[in-house]
Design a protein around this ligand. Structure first.
Ligand code: XIL
Length: 456
């Protein structure tokens, strides 16, 4: 490739050689100084210094000072050799003003100093020290099951203490889904599911089964099923029969088809199940589950039905159709992946009421309350933790006002903040649960207690 930069430098030397007088004591070669521009990526202990490059430069020398006149330098940040148009400066004090400037270097020649650019490092946040909360088990105040989403490998030691001390119902966070339990056409895996059910039995808890069919947890051999539609349907019936029969009398309830309704249009989601079995597949799955265990409770479970009017209508239409046709359904699961400031109390009350009016049970099935829905916080703070607690209290008190025999359960989707699926899902820091990472209760836990009627 032709070296354009080299050529320019060469021309500027020649120009000088011709134009420079012998009497002139200034260096033979003078070339432009770079221009320091605004710093970026400003953090508590550093920033990225930026400048506009000089065409003839090979490299640059960077100075960083806390003095505007560069009478002293920060550490050894004087004449730091660098290249390109930026340099990451680190190891600085927080909340302090710094200045940087540069000189360009070409061979043995050095330019004049650039202008200086000013930058102030960010203020260090005080670490969040949570206010101690009353440490009272939820189950002491609840007259309905309080559930926790669990993973088989986690239920030991301190985790186990909190889990068995506070909760009376278990849901597998992912280990009772089809991709785990039916990984290939010729093998079932019930190892983790069994461990969860055994833990529940040993600790006098109920198990809510989640979920027989879910488009997001369908093994690839099912998504790419090679047989006929009839064979596909038979396979689904056999699967549901096998699983529900296995846990008959041990798993009290199942989410049958999870999230069958599409976002945005209220239609049935265009999953492999809809494609191969047709629009009545949800009803068929309910019937097969009921055939396998006449006593098991069957739920329709979905998200955003807490507030999305179109999805709510589609859910109610599905439920009404089942009731009209005598398709077995016992309740509706509202996942309740909500935020500290949304949805509103009246939104939650009105859709809960719609389900209650139909005589069905209600499950708030995957409760977590985002404290950082806009991604602006880098750590939780007291105000937000209290706001989150107030939302939890609101949700629990709405649930507690449902007629007793229609209150199925409130299930929380994870124990400690760091256990939450939401950090991966949204890619933000998040603290949506009831316990801090050291298992101490949060204001969200206190809010839950208040919602149950506890008073200090
Ligand atoms: C999530 C689990 O939390 C994750 O561990 C798993 O990897 C994916 O599924 N709606 C549901 C739950 O019904 O099953 C989902 O759980 C969260 C959204």
């Amino acid at each position: 490739m032709y070296n354009f930069k080299g050529l320019l430098f060469h021309l500027s030397i020649s120009a000088c050689l011709i134009g420079c007088s012998d009497e002139d004591d200034s260096p033979d070669i003078e070339f432009q100084a770079p221009i320091a521009i605004e710093a970026t990526s400003i953090g508590e202990d550093g920033f990225t210094a930026n400048w506009i490059e000089v065409l003839s430069a090979d490299s640059y020398l960077l100075d960083v000072s806390a003095e505007e006149d560069f009478s002293a330098f920060v550490g050894n940040l004087q004449d730091v050799p660098t290249s390109g148009s930026s340099y990451k400066v680190s190891g600085l004090e927080d909340n302090t003003t710094y200045y940087y400037r540069l000189r360009a270097v070409a061979g043995s020649e050095v330019s004049a100093f650039s202008n200086s650019s000013q930058v102030r490092t960010a203020e260090m946040e005080e670490p969040f020290v949570p206010v101690d909360q009353p440490d009272i088990p939820l189950k002491d105040y609840a007259d309905f099951p309080i559930g926790m989403a669990v993973q088989a490998g986690r239920m030991t030691a301190l985790y186990d203490q909190r889990l068995s001390g506070e909760f009376t119902s278990l849901t597998a966070e992912y280990e009772m889904k089809m991709n785990i339990m039916y990984p290939s056409s010729d093998s079932f895996n019930f190892e983790q599911a069994d461990a969860i059910v055994e833990y529940a039995e040993a600790n006098d808890m109920q198990v809510h089964g989640h979920a027989l069919i879910w488009h997001n947890a369908t093994p690839s051999w099912v998504t790419n099923f090679s047989g006929t539609n009839q064979e596909f349907e038979q396979m689904v019936e056999d699967y549901i029969t096998t699983v529900v029969t296995r846990y008959k009398g041990r798993v009290r309830s199942w989410d049958v088809v999870n999230e069958a309704i599409e976002d945005g249009n209220g239609q049935l989601r265009n999953s492999v199940f809809l494609q191969k079995m047709g629009a009545d597949y949800v009803a068929k799955c309910h019937q097969w589950a009921r055939n396998a265990d006449p006593d098991v409770l069957l739920f329709y479970n979905d998200y955003n039905i807490e507030f999305d009017a179109q999805k709510q209508q589609a859910m109610l239409d599905l439920v009404d159709d089942f009731i009209d046709r005598g398709v077995p359904i016992d309740g509706v699961g509202f996942q309740m992946h909500i935020s500290y400031n949304f949805p509103s109390k009246s939104q939650l009350e009105s859709i809960t009421g719609e389900v209650v009016n139909r005589g069905l049970m209600v499950h708030y099935s995957e409760l977590d309350v985002r404290a950082n829905p806009n991604g602006t916080l880098t750590q939780l703070n007291d105000t937000r933790a209290e706001e989150q607690g107030a939302k939890v209290e609101e949700v629990v008190s709405i649930f507690a006002s449902i007629p007793t025999d229609q209150r199925f359960a409130i299930t929380v989707w994870g124990l400690r903040d760091s256990d939450t699926w939401l950090i991966d899902f949204w890619g933000n820091p998040e603290w949506p649960l009831l316990f801090y990472d050291d298992f101490k209760p949060k204001p969200a836990h206190t809010g839950f207690l208040r919602g149950l009627g506890w008073q200090p």
